[in-house]
Design a protein around this ligand. Structure first.
Ligand code: PRP
Ligand code: URA
Length: 209
């Protein structure tokens, strides 16, 4: 798995364990999802280009750095991707946010598109696609294809938990897309749920079950 990064940071792993716990309610689930997303944002942006800039302190002048290059856009896959947006925006406040709405048809497990609203300048931005769960990979692959069809480049996929099957689909369909995850789990069950996973991320985030 060439372009996959699994974050081993103790804070991320500790919070991921709490997130998996079946006794974690929606309020804590939301908080943990945002906290993990924020920590992942820090790691995912490690390679952002910077340029030197002069800064006047109250004591004199020095040279610092500032971010340069393409600006960022966050693209959560609705619904569950929404749970990662605020955490990311905490440390990437200038990022714009586009939304792609997809749900999995429970019978075919294929993604069905129902909504799309992207920033007007999306093709000029580096894009972080957000979804807590990468299961069969159908939803993330469709969302990435959707963005590519509009001319987007420089796409990264950020998920909390992935199944090997989902990673393989993204690597096959989008070999240039780097994947960042907090946990690589064992497998999918017959209904396309990740084992051991954390259950249904959207339902746990929004209390819909
Ligand atoms: C979940 C999850 C992903 C998708 C992953 O969304 O948030 O988008 O399933 O599965 P896949 O990799 O097999 O496509 P779901 O369809 O349950 O919709 P929701 O976010 O609205 O709950
Ligand atoms: N979507 C979820 O929310 N959880 C899974 O395990 C698989 C897909």
């Amino acid at each position: 798995m060439g372009n996959v990064t699994v974050f081993s940071h103790p804070l991320i792993q500790h919070k991921l364990t709490l997130l998996r716990d079946e006794n974690t309610g929606s309020r804590d689930f939301r908080a943990l999802t945002n906290e993990i997303a924020m920590l992942m944002a820090y790691e995912v942006t490690r390679d952002l280009p910077v340029e030197p800039v002069e800064v006047n302190t109250p004591m004199g002048t020095t040279t610092g750095v500032q971010l340069s290059g393409k600006k960022l856009a966050l693209v959560p896959i609705l619904r569950a991707g929404l749970g990662m947006v605020d955490g990311m925006l905490n440390i990437l406040p200038a990022a714009k946010v586009g939304h792609v709405g997809l749900y999995r048809d429970p019978n075919t497990l294929r993604p069905v598109e129902y909504y799309c609203k992207l920033p007007a300048d999306i093709v000029e931005r580096s894009i972080l696609v957000l979804d807590p769960m990468l299961a069969t990979g159908g939803s993330a692959s469709a969302a990435i294809q959707f963005l590519k069809n509009r001319g987007c480049k420089g796409i990264k996929l950020i998920c909390l938990i992935a199944a090997p099957e989902g990673v393989a689909v993204i690597e096959r369909d989008h070999p240039g897309v780097d994947i960042f995850i907090a946990g690589l789990d064992e497998k999918l069950n017959d209904h396309g749920y990740i084992l051991p996973g954390l259950g249904d991320a959207g339902d746990r985030l929004f209390g819909t079950k």
